[in-house]
Design a protein around this ligand. Structure first.
Ligand SMILES: C[S@@+](CC[C@H](N)C(=O)[O-])C[C@H]1O[C@@H](n2cnc3c(N)ncnc32)[C@H](O)[C@@H]1O
Length: 288
């Protein structure tokens, strides 16, 4: 059956009248599909939507009803005012992670600084740092080859020259001494213990949220800390260390690691910086 064309305004009005709690999602979907701002949508309310567009919109709506995140449905998500391609191979970059970038830009001084974004996912952190500080030499690594394909596309599309490596933090290849700073938003949750929204559990890559069991550190009871602890150990065990490590963590993991590492013989200082809600969960550790 051919689909009846509908005016943008009719569709928006119908949604508002439905008093549905998700009408904002619908607005986002329509503006994402048509690539227009919300204001532009309202201004073009008398325009007819072609049947094919309507079909795409309805399919997207069904996905949204099943809990799929808007960014996966639309194939892009915003970070630091830029649009990044995202799909199920990568975590959707979160606005909270912009605070990690902000701390890095405030705290890291100097020119031609060598940065590693470890666990880069979509590439949001490395790409943003490179675009904000073009003289910095930014590398990005991830254990997931498919995540790196997404990061490569984002770097190319946004014009950021970054080096990409497929690397497991627990592998032998990592030489922390090649970098001045390691910045990371590692997996820091534990499914059995932490609150993780249902849609996040269902749709986002588990290995981006919780350390895999093969990354187990037998002497670290706190599973959520395995990857972050692995990063700090890789630095401590290496003769050539970076100047510092900056990580986004949960308050619990940040506090655990601060207590564990602050008296280590190679550590010069450990600070915890607050997120916008005042939770001190960004760990900044400087090496001697
Ligand atoms: C929380 S996501 C962060 C993604 C991105 N940096 C961001 O902030 O949106 C963590 C990333 O770490 C990667 N990862 C997980 N275990 C790893 C390991 N052992 N070594 C390297 N990367 C790992 C995952 O594939 C995932 O892309």
């Amino acid at each position: 059956m051919p689909r009846r064309s509908t005016r943008i305004g009719e569709l928006l009005l119908r949604q508002k009248n439905e008093k549905s709690t998700d009408w904002k999602d619908r607005l986002w979907l329509l503006s994402g599909i048509l690539k227009r701002s919300h204001n532009e949508l309202f201004l073009s309310s008398s325009e007819l939507l072609a049947g094919a567009v309507l079909k795409r919109y309805e399919q997207a709506l069904q996905k949204r009803k099943r809990g799929e995140p808007l960014q996966y449905i639309l194939g892009e998500g915003d970070f630091w005012g830029r649009s990044f391609l995202v799909d199920k191979r990568v975590l959707i970059p979160r606005p909270e992670t912009e605070r990690l970038v902000e701390i890095a830009l405030e705290q890291i001084k100097g020119e031609s600084v060598r940065i590693l974004d470890l666990g880069t996912g979509s590439g949001a952190i490395a790409v943003t740092l490179k675009l904000e500080r073009p003289d910095w030499r930014c590398s990005a690594s991830d254990v997931s080859k498919s995540a790196l394909q997404v990061a490569a596309k984002n770097a190319e599309r946004l014009g950021a020259e970054i080096e990409l490596h497929c690397e497991n933090i627990f592998g032998r290849k990592l030489s922390p001494g090649k970098f001045d700073w390691i910045i990371s938003n590692p997996p820091y949750l534990e499914f059995a213990r932490d609150f993780i929204a249902k849609d996040v559990r269902k749709h986002e890559p588990r290995m981006a949220l919780e350390p895999l069991s093969e990354n187990r550190l037998r002497d670290v009871s706190e599973r959520a800390a395995w990857i972050a602890e692995g990063i700090l150990r890789a630095c401590a065990e290496n003769e050539r260390r970076p100047l510092g490590v900056l990580m986004e963590l949960s308050p619990r993991v940040a506090y655990y690691l601060e207590r564990k590492w602050r008296r280590h013989k190679s550590v010069s200082s450990v600070e915890r910086h607050a997120d916008l809600a005042g939770r001190r969960r960004f760990l900044l550790l400087r090496w001697k």
